[in-house]
Design a protein around this ligand. Structure first.
Ligand SMILES: [Zn+2]
Length: 350
């Protein structure tokens, strides 16, 4: 980040401050105007979620179907559904806060992900079971694709919102500056005010751009390169522990942290497992899958999860950092109003 020293005539300082405050209240308007803008933004975000786009597979430029599941419908969504629905996080447009919404199983976890041909790569959907590492990797890949899509979509919405605010601000600011009797260079005052008003927003977009580039390199590229093969060592679980806000986590987790080593010291990836976490009946259901010959390790891991406070905290962290989780409607009802509210408020703070 560059540090800019703004040099103004000292006598102008109070007038510049006053102009800044006036601009702030005029750009963001009254509370009701601000809410209306947030409402419009959220609506636009929902509308554009299923916009036409290309398939997520590298080098595939066919058009994606509008509703690819990123969590397995047969394995993860259906088992926690009631009357064809689950509950998922949603923004309440009127109060600009989070709430839970009933979502049909054909919609839950969907995004415009893959073309018809690539959609059929997730053949375990039809079989109702993930039975080998190759399929695990495919399931993980599609969650990562949605994660990247989510980040890009959020960035786009944010950038559009800032642009809208700038368009609203510029004529007001230029008009004020024309009439002002500053001794300082007005172009400098203008640049200063724009930086103060929008600098933080622009920084947020720039950071999001960096996040996307990082996640593409860390998650998407290696998984895309390994598609259909056993995965390489992506350190996925280590990353999760360091960064509990990744939204890939709820969907699928490959744990490599204690992968046994072969004689030559390389990790043995015949040992790998897959975690899906569902809040379920007031408690947590953790669904672990591994290759049959590693069943003993899986059982040991399941025991660890049921005892370990750290594991519980990790899962809590995954949920907080992600909008990408779903709950059985009756399970949500059972956890009680106080916990529900705390959960939704926690999420709003992210
Ligand atoms: Zn494709």
């Amino acid at each position: 980040m560059t540090v800019i020293n703004w040099v103004f005539n000292e006598e102008d300082a109070p007038a510049i401050d006053a102009l800044m405050n006036a601009m702030r209240s005029r750009i963001f308007g009254s509370e009701s105007e601000r809410k209306a803008a947030v409402f419009a933004l959220a609506k636009e975000r929902q509308r554009s979620w299923q916009a036409a786009r290309e398939c997520s597979f590298p080098d595939c430029n066919r058009r994606a179907i509008p509703r690819s599941h990123s969590l397995s419908r047969a394995l993860m969504i259906e088992p926690i559904s009631e009357a064809g629905h689950v509950l998922g996080l949603d923004v309440d447009l009127r109060s600009a806060s989070y709430r839970m919404r009933r979502i049909g199983i054909n919609e839950a976890s969907t995004f415009p992900g893959f073309c018809d041909a690539h959609e059929s790569e997730f053949e375990f959907e039809g079989k109702g079971a993930i039975s080998d590492g190759r399929q695990l990797q495919r399931q993980l890949f599609r969650s990562i694709c949605r994660h990247v899509y989510f980040l890009r979509h959020e960035k786009q919405s944010m950038a559009r919102y800032i642009e809208e605010l700038r368009l609203r601000a510029l004529p007001l600011l230029d008009n004020e500056l024309r009439q002002a009797g500053f001794r300082s260079d007005k172009r400098l005052v203008r640049a200063y005010l724009l930086e103060e008003l929008f600098g933080n927003f622009e920084l947020m977009v720039a950071m999001r751009t960096e996040n996307i580039a990082f996640d593409m390199k860390r998650w998407f590229e290696p998984h895309a390169a390994n598609f259909g093969r056993y995965p390489g060592e992506f350190g996925f679980h280590d990353e999760l522990l360091r960064c509990p806000s990744t939204s890939v986590a709820i969907a699928t987790v490959m744990l490599f942290a204690d992968a046994p080593r072969r004689d030559d010291g390389t990790p043995d990836f015949s040992f790998q497992y897959y975690v899906s976490f569902f809040p379920n009946d007031g408690a947590a259901l953790i669904h672990l899958t591994a290759l049959e010959e590693r069943r003993d390790r899986l059982v040991a891991l399941a025991e660890l999860f049921s005892d370990s406070e750290k594991a519980a905290l990790t899962i809590q962290g995954w949920l907080r950092g992600s909008e990408h989780w779903y709950i059985r409607p009756s399970a949500w009802d059972k956890i009680g109003r106080e916990i529900q509210d705390r959960f939704l408020e926690d999420h709003a703070r992210i």
